[in-house]
Ligand binder design. Structure first.
Ligand code: HEC
Length: 207
């Protein structure tokens, strides 16, 4: 009987601990990132004037990769000649107005071309880059510069927008480089490609 009483007394003393109000956080032996200091969506924030945790999107923000306002710049297309069937228009033969064609762009183009294109197309543009010479099973790309090569002549006559598009999306067996080469750099490469062609007198147009 006395044992039972002691047991009950002990148990009830334990039970008393549970409901004890305390301002201290509960002891959490293995936190395991269960509780973190963070703002939650729709939560309140004292930091910002409007009291909201979620911030409004800054004006003029464009979703990554979604900037499509300038068809000539981003797509290499002539939007003036867009039709219902051809939403963006044909490839533009004009350099996008947003682009500043200067020596800096040309130098950038040379550097980017030598990194991204020369492995296959060669630094000279003759289509016999290291990858081709290593006989990696790649269909050899066409020359950009040989006046005897009808493909080179065709590429020299191509609108700049089509070369831009080839860099972005590839063509036939050539892979696209949109993920590696940002928009301005693609145009810089197009400019440099024109310079390579002009140096061999295969490209004579004014644009
Ligand atoms: C992995 C090798 C490889 C790389 C790197 C490469 N190309 Fe090509 N490119 C090719 C091949 C192969 C072709 C021929 C595609 C076909 O018609 O089958 C080609 C074709 C082309 C053409 C002609 C398309 C046509 O209409 O005939 C252009 C222009 C071109 N490449 C530009 C570039 C530029 C600019 C770069 C650098 C950003 C580049 N290429 C990087 C392999 C490559």
């Amino acid at each position: 009987m006395i044992r039972t009483l002691i047991a009950v007394a002990l148990l009830s003393s334990l039970a008393a601990c549970r409901g004890e109000p305390s301002k201290l956080p509960p002891i959490h032996l293995n936190p395991n990132m269960d509780t973190q200091d963070k703002y939650k969506a729709y939560g309140e924030s004292k930091l910002f004037e409007d009291g909201r945790t979620m911030r409004p999107i800054p004006e003029g923000t464009i979703q990554h990769g979604a900037s499509r306002a300038d068809d000539a710049l981003y797509r290499g297309r002539d939007e003036q000649r867009a039709t219902e069937a051809d939403e963006y228009g044909p490839f533009t033969a004009e350099w996008p107005e947003a682009l500043k064609l200067d020596a800096a762009l040309m130098q950038r183009g040379q550097q980017r071309y030598n990194i991204y294109c020369a492995p296959c197309h060669d630094q000279s543009g003759n289509g016999k880059g290291m990858v081709v010479l290593a006989n990696a099973g790649l269909t050899p790309p066409p020359s950009f510069i040989s006046a005897e090569d009808p493909n080179a002549k065709r590429i020299a006559a191509m609108p700049v927008g089509e070369i831009y598009d080839t860099i972005a999306h590839g063509k036939n067996t050539m892979p696209g480089y949109a993920a590696q080469i940002p928009v301005e750099d693609r145009w810089a490469i197009v400019a440099y490609l024109r310079a390579l062609q002009r140096a061999q007198n295969i490209y004579t147009a004014r644009n």
